[in-house]
Design a protein around this ligand. Structure first.
Ligand SMILES: [Zn+2]
Length: 279
């Protein structure tokens, strides 16, 4: 039992059990929806202060998540997933990327024919976006931004949901922004993945207060359905390349690569992804 009786950020249950003890707190698993979350959760004010700190901004500006090669691979993978999963998306319409950072992904999507819009909390990140995109990026939280409802064919949320104090509120807002039968794509680190299972509390994605929520297939599906999405499909994937394999000796690299390619089929890839539709 969680001694602080913190409510689960998704289902509000106060029943939880400890998964890992960390220096700064605990990771606990909700007894109802199985979400793993950091306890104690920061207040909105504490979280804002963290993201505005100089050390965080310095880290973010050097992150390899913001890179055009990476964005191209991300787009190509999404395109493939949509073609396999959603034949209904026959034409490219308006795309909204929530948490678009420097806009690398938006730039690739625009070149592929999408009418793109982005949202981003960090003014500093947007300042580094291509000038052609600046007017398409809104600074702020989607929950409060004045965006047109029921307009978007596709909304993407790459590595956003694990940072949120109230994920269902943001997902509900995404639902309102999609047109009927519009598609939401969510990607987050996979707590059910092989890496997370092998490394336990040393898994590289355990970085509170940056990552507050840790999803497996079941809890991600529950969050999406709680927000009103339907036809939820959850799957796991592997990134295009992985640094830890690249460093292995040649023989070990070959067998590691086989495992690496196979685990997504078992739901144990490093990334958890979901596609969900607005009814
Ligand atoms: Zn829960």
């Amino acid at each position: 039992m969680n001694p602080k009786q913190q409510a689960c950020p998704i289902c509000q249950s106060k029943i939880s059990s400890e998964l890992h003890t960390l220096n700064s707190g605990q990771l606990v698993r909700c007894g109802e929806c199985t979400l793993v979350y950091f306890s104690p959760l920061p207040t909105p004010g504490e979280l804002e202060a963290f993201y505005n700190s100089a050390s965080y901004r310095d880290y973010y500006s050097h992150s390899d998540m913001a890179d055009s090669t990476f964005a191209l691979q991300r787009y190509q993978h999404l395109d493939k997933v949509l073609k396999i999963s959603e034949a209904s998306l026959s034409s490219k319409g308006r795309l909204l990327d929530i948490g678009c950072g420097h806009g690398d992904f938006l730039e690739i999507a625009a070149a592929a024919g999408w009418d793109v819009t982005g949202t981003e909390l960090s003014q500093e990140a947007v300042n580094r976006a291509p000038s052609s995109l600046q007017s398409s990026i809104h600074i702020g939280d989607i929950v409060n931004l004045d965006l047109s409802q029921s307009q978007y064919s596709l909304i993407t949320m790459y590595h956003i949901i694990e940072h949120l104090l109230d994920p269902v509120q943001s997902l509900k807002r995404a639902l309102d922004l999609l047109r009927p039968q519009g598609i939401l794509f969510v990607e987050t680190p996979n707590l059910g993945g092989l890496g997370a299972r092998l490394r336990g509390k040393r898994w590289s994605n355990i970085i509170p207060p940056e990552h507050l929520l840790y999803f497996e297939g079941k809890s991600l599906r529950f969050a999406l359905e709680s927000a009103g999405f339907h036809s939820v499909k959850v799957f796991s994937s592997a990134p295009q390349s992985i640094a830890s394999i690249a460093k292995l000796p040649k023989a070990a690299k070959a067998s590691a690569a086989v495992i690496y390619q196979a685990v997504p089929a078992l739901g144990m890839g490093a990334l958890l992804q979901a596609i969900a539709l607005r009814p």
